[in-house]
Design a protein around this ligand. Structure first.
Ligand code: GLP
Length: 235
């Protein structure tokens, strides 16, 4: 893992943006994208650049079950507001949280990922070490699946909703096996709430109890952390 420490999220977004430019120069065609507050400065850097993404495909990590893409709390809406409406891609894939048959939807999403191998995957990290919505205890071998969200994740994400009771209890998430197939991973972490998870991910044992720890086995990972999230690291 290559670890870059930055002053703040804005600087971190610029480092991730430079990594994206290098990946595009190297022929990247498919971007794996994430939601949450972590990638926002990165998306701002992309939006304010002159990069043309119109030939690219994007595949997002996850979506809440039960939310329509038009719902203001859905991840599809989040991506439209922060990136897609401002920087058009060739196509944007997210799981369909309103699919009548969720199991068919997971298989369909796996087929999409297989047809568009991800070159450059943006990741945040949950306070409990989740990536995408792969919660602690999720098998490293799993592909797209329906997840029961951890209580701590529901609480952490409640800030995006009017109140905690409105946070969906389930999501569809790309699996860890699919994330690990991406050519390059760029994980950002900002703030002291992420310090424990980041330490476990980088210095702890590789365990399904801390899903992000599997990244130790990937050969091309860039970690971008501010001083707060990096505060518990040995180096
Ligand atoms: C959410 C998302 C993840 C995200 C993480 C951290 O639950 N499913 O993709 O990385 O939690 O969120 P934030 O960036 O807001 O801290």
């Amino acid at each position: 893992m290559k670890i870059v420490t930055v002053k703040n999220q804005i600087e971190g977004g610029k480092v991730a943006f430079e990594a994206l430019k290098a990946a595009l120069a190297d022929g990247a065609k498919t971007l794996g994208l994430a939601t949450g507050s972590t990638p926002l400065a990165f998306y701002d850097a992309v939006v304010s650049s002159d990069l043309d993404l119109s030939a690219l495909t994007s595949i997002n990590l996850d979506e809440y079950v039960g939310l329509d893409g038009a719902d203001a709390q859905s991840y599809r809406h989040f991506m439209a507001v922060h990136l897609f409406d401002k920087k058009p891609f060739k196509e944007n894939f997210l799981p369909n949280g309103k699919a009548a048959d969720l199991s068919a939807e997971t298989a369909h999403y796996d087929a999409i990922i297989a047809a568009h191998p991800i070159d450059f995957q943006i990741l945040g990290i949950g306070q409990n070490g989740h990536i995408g919505f792969n919660e602690p205890g999720t098998s490293f071998d799993v592909t797209t699946h329906v997840v029961d969200l951890a209580e701590s994740t529901i609480k952490a994400n409640a800030r995006f909703f009017e109140d905690e009771s409105q946070v969906p209890k389930q999501a569809i998430s790309m699996g860890i096996a699919s994330i690990m197939k991406s050519k390059q991973l760029v994980l950002m972490a900002f703030g002291k709430e992420k310090a424990e998870a980041l330490k476990g991910m980088i210095e702890g044992e590789i365990t399904e109890e801390l899903p992000a720890s599997i990244l130790q086995k990937h050969e091309n990972v860039l970690v971008i952390a501010d001083s707060e999230s990096a505060s518990l690291l040995n180096q």
